[in-house]
Design a protein around this ligand. Structure first.
Ligand SMILES: NC(=O)c1ccc[n+]([C@@H]2O[C@H](COP(=O)([O-])OP(=O)(O)OC[C@H]3O[C@@H](n4cnc5c(N)ncnc54)[C@H](OP(=O)(O)O)[C@@H]3O)[C@@H](O)[C@H]2O)c1
Length: 340
């Protein structure tokens, strides 16, 4: 069965609901014995933990698109790991898997929602990036909701992040003119230099509205928004007729202690006969397989690059690593590697 029963499982549990930016005291580091699998169960030794801005929302008390996390629970997280002990007929020791195993070193699973991943086809962190939830979000948001077409102008906010970088690259391979909005010169240089974006706007140094006027003189056909707030308002002033706005996220608002800032320029939707649609990747669960196969094909052909920003450490580094998302310190998919 593999794992010694005296081994310790270190976990990060939610200790308090944060107000504003999470603080170290909002978490507790708990040690438990590594679980033993019962009939139909297996244990995963977690090697890579996904850090997601949405984690901030899961910690809140209010209702959302997913069950809220209760104080005392292991912090929810998508992870990749290796099966270390198994009494499940479909999961063998040594296989690599993706699942919502949480911020802990070892997780017990009954296999629900778990998919096998193959480290010989792509590095394990990529299954949290372009071949993981963030890549799938970009895929369905761009193709099903944004319906980007050749010759259109696409703007992506949070463009150098996990979702944004893939969304922009999908726009490029569909023949759109792609403009990324990101924080900092280095991120913008990566977008235009390595990912082939047509233009990038550094929202920390430039006036986004003015820059859009220069880069999208005929207006914006599709806006893939990861950020919300002021950036959403700026893009709303530059829409083309029948524009589609994909509301993927609003990371600028997640740590607000004041109410979320709504789009004050929303009358542009009327003027430009535009639409604004929210999307949640989980609604596409039945199509993950086909999307992953297509994303993997694009990666093989060199049409899409998956960049992962891997921080090596332990589960105790979860808090500091999570904050990197809100500081904009990550480029591409932020992953905490705790083993492997
Ligand atoms: N709808 C869905 O199903 C779904 C699924 C997954 C993710 N999402 C959403 O997609 C978005 C991106 O997630 P991700 O995992 O790819 O994260 P990410 O973009 O890799 O990381 C977050 C980035 O957000 C930017 N940011 C942080 N605070 C900001 C602020 N105040 N104003 C502007 N930009 C700010 C930073 O980049 P800069 O340096 O450019 O500021 C940071 O690197 C999030 O809103 C997330 O909630 C939605």
């Amino acid at each position: 069965m593999g794992v010694e029963q005296s081994a310790v499982n270190r976990q990060i549990r939610l200790a308090a609901r944060p107000s504003g930016l999470p603080k170290p005291s909002d978490w507790s580091l708990v040690q438990e014995p590594v679980p033993a699998p019962g009939e139909g169960e297996f244990v995963v030794e977690v090697s890579h933990i996904s850090l997601d801005p949405a984690m901030r929302g899961w910690m809140n008390a209010g209702a959302s698109y997913i069950t809220r996390l209760e104080v005392g629970e292991v912090m929810r997280a998508g992870c990749v790991g290796r099966v270390s002990a198994s009494a499940h007929p479909a999961f063998a020791v040594g296989e690599h898997v993706y699942g919502t195993f949480g911020v802990q070193e070892h997780a017990l699973s009954d296999g629900k929602g778990v998919v096998k991943v193959d480290p010989s086809l792509a590095p394990l962190p990529t299954y949290l990036g372009a071949l993981g939830m963030t890549g799938l979000t970009a895929y369905f948001g761009m193709l099903d909701v944004g319906k980007v077409k050749a010759g259109e102008t696409l703007v992506v906010s949070g463009a150098a992040g996990a979702v944004g970088s893939v969304a922009g690259q999908i726009g490029k391979l569909k023949g759109a003119r792609v403009i990324g909005i990101a924080g900092g010169e280095k991120k913008c240089a990566w977008l235009t230099g390595e990912l082939g974006f047509d233009a990038a706007i550094d929202y920390k140094a430039e006036n986004v509205r003015k820059a859009l006027r220069a880069h999208a003189p005929d207006g914006v056909d599709v806006f893939f928004d990861n950020v919300g707030g002021e950036i959403l308002d700026a893009v709303l002033t530059r829409l083309a007729r029948h524009a589609r706005i994909v509301i993927c996220g609003a990371v600028s608002q997640y740590n607000n202690t004041d109410p979320v800032r709504g789009p004050s320029n929303y009358m542009s939707l009327l003027v430009f006969r535009a639409s604004m649609t929210g999307m949640v990747v989980f609604d596409y669960a039945g199509r993950y397989g086909e999307a992953m196969a297509e994303l993997a094909g694009w990666m093989r052909e060199g049409l899409i690059v998956s960049r992962e920003d891997v921080v090596r450490g332990g589960v105790e580094d979860f808090h500091d690593t999570l904050l990197r998302l809100f500081e904009g310190a990550n480029v591409g998919k932020l992953v905490l590697q705790v083993g492997g």
